[in-house]
Design a protein around this ligand. Structure first.
Ligand SMILES: Cc1ncc(COP(=O)(O)O)c(C=O)c1O
Length: 427
């Protein structure tokens, strides 16, 4: 009999990991065996309300019928074909993203993860900087921000404004500087002849649920126009409807009209299957007649991915995006976010310093623990909630994220809030 059909037979799952899996994650002691809607079950059959969703990955929850149907139908037709050829689901998905999510002319590149999507933006910035050199030659520098997180590849950790992800991996990729968050004057001062682009998360996730100010985003768009820089948004975590808009930054008051040059999305797009994407604006890279469009700068041979935008994942992603729209989940996410925030603040608990974020990407800010103390306050609250049947995600040492599926019911939110309150009181 295949070992997967007898999961508890023989060695425990934790033991398989201890012996055979690279220990690069700090894991909570829980094996997730199956999921349904907003719930997951462990191997012993205990159920948990999933307000982690694989870190903002499953907008429709687990085993959504529409997603399951597309998986079945597409897998019976074609699972994979190379990007040496066209496949229709990829084309339809790119059209949906450009027409519905962005409502602006642009083109889309597909890959498999958030890090690869950001890698695409960074390569785009370099290519753009080589075609539009400064007085000192090709421009290559990408300005990013303190507290940011852009993925675990070498370019991703070089772009990330957190020391902890870089330690031990020197030399990093050249050409990144991390500036103070929400500080437009610091950005203006930092621009130099080598600078080609600015990359930021409109709502920083791993850095502790810290939104950009609307004024800051508007100011960045202006500065980018003045200095011929690309404005690039990393929406890997905050995009796909979670903030109350398909394109996350449009949910930030004052930033609705900002139009970036490029945007990365991943996580929620595939409803649980791995997919990443980079949307690139179709605007001329210079004012000269016949200038190349930015969305054509990455020409044949310049970039690629074997699995990117394969027919199965593209068909599923299109279903996920269509279902989010058809079920009205985006305005609902905005409303539920407001209700959760008000409920948590109404408890007046000293343990809750602040509730940050918007829509269904919220952070409960706890009092900071002693520097270097382990477990951190965020890990203690996450563990306390898990023991009571609620999955949450730490963001740094003193913020805990609530990332429920966009399909979460009001009853499930009420239950989660009960568990959260009891868990906070237990700390
Ligand atoms: C904002 C942001 N960018 C990039 C990434 C990297 O995505 P992935 O883990 O899919 O490579 C993450 C993952 O948490 C993220 O939150």
């Amino acid at each position: 009999m295949h070992p997967l059909t007898q999961p508890l037979a023989g060695v425990a799952t934790s033991e398989l990991f201890a012996r055979h899996v690279v220990p690069n994650y700090g894991r909570f002691p829980l094996t997730i065996a199956r999921g349904e809607g907003s719930w997951v079950w462990d191997e012993e059959g205990k159920r948990y309300l999933d307000f982690a969703t694989g870190i903002a990955v499953s907008p429709l929850g687990h085993r959504d019928p529409a997603v399951m149907r597309t998986i079945r139908e597409q897998s019976e037709t074609l699972l994979h074909c190379s990007n040496l050829y066209w496949n229709r689901p990829q084309g339809l998905l790119a059209r949906f993203i450009s027409e519905r999510m962005m409502a602006a002319p642009g083109k889309v590149f597909f890959c498999n993860s958030g890090a690869e999507a950001n890698e695409t933006l960074i390569k785009l910035a370099r290519k753009f900087g080589s075609l539009r050199p400064g007085p000192e030659g090709p421009r290559y520098e990408v300005l990013t921000f303190e507290g940011s997180f852009h993925g675990r590849t070498m370019a991703g950790i070089s772009a990330t404004g957190q020391t902890k992800v870089k330690t031990g991996f020197a030399p990093l990729l050249e050409g990144f500087r991390h500036l103070p968050w929400n500080d437009l004057a610091a950005v203006q001062e930092a621009i130099r002849p080598q600078t080609a682009a600015i990359l930021l998360e409109p709502l920083q996730g791993e850095g502790g649920i810290r939104p950009a100010d609307g004024d800051f985003l508007q100011g960045l768009a202006r500065v980018c126009r003045e200095h011929d820089l690309l404005l690039m948004f990393d929406e890997v975590q905050c995009g796909i409807g979670r903030l109350g808009h398909f394109a996350g930054w449009k949910a930030i008051p004052g930033a609705e009209a900002v139009l970036p040059d490029a945007v990365s999305w991943a996580k929620g797009m595939g409803g649980g299957l791995p997919i990443g994407s980079a949307w690139i604006a179709s605007r001329p890279i210079s004012g000269e007649p016949g200038a190349t469009l930015l969305s054509d700068v990455l020409g044949p041979g310049s970039h690629g991915s074997t699995f990117g935008g394969g027919p199965l994942v593209a068909a599923v992603s299109l279903t996920v995006l269509e279902e989010i729209e058809a079920r009205g989940l985006i305005p609902r996410a905005a409303q539920l976010g407001r209700e959760i925030r008000e409920a948590v603040l109404s408890w007046n608990l000293p343990m809750v310093r602040e509730v940050r974020g918007m829509g269904l990407m919220l952070g409960i800010v706890l009092p900071p623990g002693d520097p270097g103390a382990s477990p951190t306050p965020a890990a203690r609250l996450t563990q306390a909630a898990m023991e009571r049947g609620l999955l949450l995600v730490p963001a740094g040492t003193d913020v805990v994220r609530l990332l429920p599926p966009l399909t979460v019911s009001s009853e499930e939110i009420a239950l989660a809030l009960d568990i959260l309150k009891t868990s906070l009181a237990s700390l």
